[in-house]
Design a binder for this molecule. Structure first.
Ligand SMILES: Nc1nc2c(ncn2[C@@H]2O[C@H](COP(=O)(O)OP(=O)(O)O)[C@@H](O)[C@H]2O)c(=O)[nH]1
Ligand SMILES: [Mg+2]
Length: 194
């Protein structure tokens, strides 16, 4: 797969705008500010292709990134941002639900911040993924911000809190050092070939 051949196909606000589901597709789920845009930029080897933000909670669209017409990474709205209105939060929730319920996505990556315990919303999100039988893939972001000696503790905590299966894939990841990128690329390549 040529990771230099990437496009942002559409910033969708409704199902009608989704591209045809014709290639392998991965959805990114995670709290606002967890590092989803940074994750995409790292995977795509771009600086600010997916816009990152110091002020979280702005993205109320579903963004479809196409890699070499072989794979899509889909950035879902980040949940759990306290400073948005309830109405706004409901709207985002509905957008996420509509996508997940109708898309038949091939793979879901749950992103959690390595520094913090999974939130209630993370657990709800993850339980949905479990109930649908998806392969359990958890990307733990902001690895560079945690002392090496504490990383194993964080991993153990996420295994406990999300009750991960023994065959779950956990990828400690950093958009700064690019650690974890190769593991993610391998998952994408495998998905595309299957
Ligand atoms: N140190 C560090 N900061 C990160 C990392 N990933 C994201 N960030 C920062 O966290 C903030 C939110 O990131 P963003 O990608 O916009 O999160 P999103 O809301 O989930 O899309 C930004 O200030 C990023 O620079 C990482 O791996 N390491
Ligand atoms: Mg973002």
């Amino acid at each position: 797969m040529n990771f230099n051949n990437v496009t942002m196909e559409i910033s969708a606000v409704s199902k009608k705008q989704y591209p045809n589901k014709d290639i392998f597709e991965v959805a990114l789920c995670g709290r606002s500010n967890v590092g989803k845009s940074s994750f995409i930029n790292t995977i795509l080897n771009r600086r600010n292709f997916a816009r990152t933000s110091g002020t979280p909670g702005k993205t109320a669209t579903i963004n479809f990134y196409n890699i070499d017409n072989k794979c899509r990474i889909v950035d879902l709205p980040g949940y759990g941002y306290a400073k948005v209105s309830n109405a706004e939060r409901d709207k985002w929730g509905k957008m996420i639900d509509e996508y997940l319920a109708t898309r038949g996505v091939d793979c879901v990556f749950q992103l959690v911040d390595l520094r913090h315990a999974p939130s209630k919303d993370d657990i709800i999100m993850f339980n949905w993924m479990r109930s649908k039988g998806y392969r359990q893939i958890v990307v733990m972001t902001k690895l560079d911000k945690v002392k090496k000696s504490l990383v194993q503790d964080s991993i153990r905590r996420v295994i406990m809190d999300l009750q991960l299966e023994s065959n779950a894939i956990i990828v400690p990841f950093s958009a700064v050092t690019k650690e974890g990128r190769e593991a993610v690329v391998a998952i994408l390549e495998e998905g595309v070939q299957s």
